[in-house]
Design a protein around this ligand. Structure first.
Ligand SMILES: [Zn+2]
Length: 131
């Protein structure tokens, strides 16, 4: 279902938004907190520069609000509607979800953000770039 060439693939795996061939991140696991924002400068396969401009990824903060709300809504639906938890328990579940998934939310936000600017290009390689 999730194939290279689909933006969701890059967003969920953190792979290069242009060629989808390698991870943008030095450490793929977002729960290695010390390295959560450590990214390669360029894609080793297609030479895409990830940081398109200085402080490019500050914009990802806006995306992270939306992604955070999506996780909060999901936590609400599961806790309150499916499990029938009380409002206070639901509230705690939402906070817990946001804390536990924060590294994932921050990574996904960056991935969505860069995918808004970079299109997938199956033919992108080191020697065939259009920049
Ligand atoms: Zn690439």
């Amino acid at each position: 279902m999730l194939k290279k060439g689909n933006k969701l693939y890059s967003i969920l795996t953190g792979s290069c938004p242009r060629c989808h061939k390698e991870s943008m991140y030095v450490d793929k696991n977002p729960y290695h907190m010390g390295k959560i924002f450590e990214m390669h400068d360029r894609c080793g396969h297609c030479d895409l520069k990830y940081k398109i401009e200085p402080s490019f990824f500050y914009g990802a903060m806006y995306v992270s609000y939306a992604v955070g709300i999506a996780f909060a809504v999901a936590a609400f639906v599961i806790a309150n509607l499916f499990l029938g938890a009380s409002l206070i328990t639901t509230f705690i579940a939402i906070i817990g979800t946001l804390v536990v998934f924060m590294p994932v939310i921050m990574r996904i936000s960056r991935n969505i953000w860069i995918n808004m600017f970079v299109k997938y290009d199956a033919k992108a390689t080191l020697h065939n770039t259009s920049r």
